[in-house]
Design a protein around this ligand. Structure first.
Ligand code: ZN
Ligand code: ZN
Length: 112
């Protein structure tokens, strides 16, 4: 009964993986190809060295999550740029208003 150690348990069905073994490239957890919707021929290709990398569902989601965070960061940086130009625009308008107010104050001064 030592053979159990040689065959890692599939992370989904918890049964030792003997045939059609597939390993996540990220977390190194083993699965049955059938448990993760990978065809037998695909599985053979994935087990050849130098072939496509395969990621389990949670690692795949983590990677997608990272990608969406990167997207949001670039969006934020772009927004920051446009907010800066908005602030510049507002500052210019404030200065114009300021000088107008000064003008009005001067005129009022004269009248008084
Ligand atoms: Zn399984
Ligand atoms: Zn994984």
């Amino acid at each position: 009964m030592t053979s159990v150690k040689d065959n890692p348990n599939c992370d989904l069905c918890k049964i030792p993986v003997t045939k059609n073994k597939i390993q996540c490239n990220q977390c190194s957890i083993y699965f049955h190809a059938s448990c993760v919707d990978v065809s037998n021929s695909q599985c053979k290709n994935l087990n050849k060295p130098g072939f496509d990398k395969w990621y389990c569902k949670s690692c795949d989601q983590r990677q997608m999550g990272l990608a969406s965070i990167e997207d949001k960061l670039t969006q934020l940086l772009e927004n920051q740029g446009s907010i800066r130009s908005d602030i510049n625009h507002i500052n210019q308008q404030m200065q114009m208003l300021d000088s107008k107010v000064n003008e009005v104050v001067k005129k009022l001064d004269i009248k008084i």
